[in-house]
Design a protein around this ligand. Structure first.
Ligand SMILES: C[S@@+](CC[C@H](N)C(=O)[O-])C[C@H]1O[C@@H](n2cnc3c(N)ncnc32)[C@H](O)[C@@H]1O
Length: 366
């Protein structure tokens, strides 16, 4: 029986650097970016640098020209090979034209079970009043496509394209569209940093729960703006992990939330994306007068919802890419992850269990 690598809950609450250090079993593993300052461009280390990546790029300038790497790069290498920014190597941390970033959740069945519940109504309500039936819409990071197909069924005279960096989820999305008999839709493999479309192509460019998984969300937003028609909509929505709240109190869920932050920061991503969306959109060069920030909440409290949400997170703690990355980073081991999974199962079984996911939203004009 091995000893859990994960530090204890009470120690975790104090969050000192020494505790992080003592939790590591191998000094060669990646150091969490919030301890590294500027390693990933300073987004997490330097409060004065919000990771905007500099001034907005002209909307007619093509995105980066690096070749696209294989999407299935080994997860444990990706954030490290991106290269540390340094005075001799400025911008290395923002060489993000490749698909080398490792999507934290991966596409384990427990992850897809979460995404498949999503509809345009429960995930894009802020955009729906602006849709006209003949519009063209691009869904960036469409995943298994449930929201994308829903859009296509609403845009009866228009058309929808879903893009994602994972061929597996694209297959799943195509299967869903076929099962629905949806004709005005297509799915393509694409990298959010290098969308394979001409400037000014779409009336609406949408991304749901994508920007939190990108190490340069501002660059992706510039690219979304490039392919949107002038005056067209760019709409983004992302969860904010720090703002998630639940009942009853659970040491394991608190620990899970902290671990999630540490893992995503280690890989250069921002889990508290919701609160930052408006700032990122502004930094991407959108006219501030057109930016409409907002928020909305998913809430899971019925027995069915608790079984679904608690069950899928229990599985994600031990089976998904999140578990792999937590272990690769030496932030947790199997025993600790199983404890977190058990916490999720206990929360799901609590008759008064309640969980709220705060999502930031922004609607802006290209
Ligand atoms: C949390 S899922 C959201 C899926 C879908 N939008 C939804 O809400 O159901 C994020 C998706 O973004 C995709 N993704 C991650 N990085 C990407 C990139 N650089 N370019 C395109 N897609 C990417 C992942 O493969 C994943 O399917």
């Amino acid at each position: 029986m091995c000893t859990p690598v994960r530090r204890t809950y009470s120690a975790a609450m104090t969050g000192s650097a020494n505790e992080h250090d003592s939790a590591r079993i191998d000094p060669s593993v990646p150091t969490p970016s919030h301890e590294l300052g500027n390693r990933f461009g300073g987004r997490f280390g330097d409060p004065a640098n919000d990771g905007s990546g500099g001034p907005a790029r002209d909307r007619t300038t093509p995105a980066g020209t690096d070749p696209i790497d294989a999407v299935d790069a080994p997860s444990s290498l990706t954030s490290l090979t991106r290269g540390a920014e340094s005075p001799d190597n400025p911008g290395a941390g923002t060489d993000l034209t490749k698909e080398s970033e490792s999507y934290t959740h991966g596409h384990h069945e427990s992850v897809l079970r979460s995404h498949r519940r999503r509809t345009a109504a429960n995930s894009a309500a802020f955009l729906l009043p602006h849709l006209l039936s003949d519009m063209t819409l691009l869904d960036v990071g469409c995943g298994p496509g449930t929201v994308t197909v829903d859009f296509a069924e609403r845009l009866t005279q228009g058309s929808v394209v879903g893009v994602d960096a994972s061929d597996d989820v694209l297959e799943s999305a195509r299967g869903l569209a076929d099962a629905h008999g949806t004709k005005n839709i297509s799915f393509e493999h694409a990298n959010a940093y290098e969308l394979p479309f001409e400037d000014d192509s779409f009336d609406v460019v949408f991304a749901h729960q994508l920007l939190q998984h990108l190490s340069d969300p501002v660059a992706a937003l510039r690219e979304m703006r490039r392919v949107a028609k002038p005056g067209g909509f760019v709409a983004v929505r992302d969860a904010d992990y720090e703002a998630m709240t639940w009942y009853p109190e659970s040491a394991e869920l608190t620990e899970w939330n902290m671990l999630y932050h540490e893992v995503t920061h280690t890989y250069g991503f921002e889990p508290d994306a919701g609160r930052r969306l408006a700032s990122w959109v502004r930094d991407a060069g959108f006219d501030p007068a057109t930016i409409e920030p907002g928020a909305s909440v998913w809430c899971y409290a019925t027995p069915d919802d608790r079984t679904w949400w608690g069950g899928l997170w229990a599985e994600r703690c031990t089976e998904s890419n999140f578990a792999v990355q937590a272990k690769d980073s030496a932030l947790a081991d199997d025993v600790a992850l199983e404890q977190l999974a058990q916490g999720w199962r206990e929360w799901a079984a609590a008759p008064d269990g309640w969980f709220a996911v705060l999502n930031g939203e922004v609607l802006a004009r290209a």
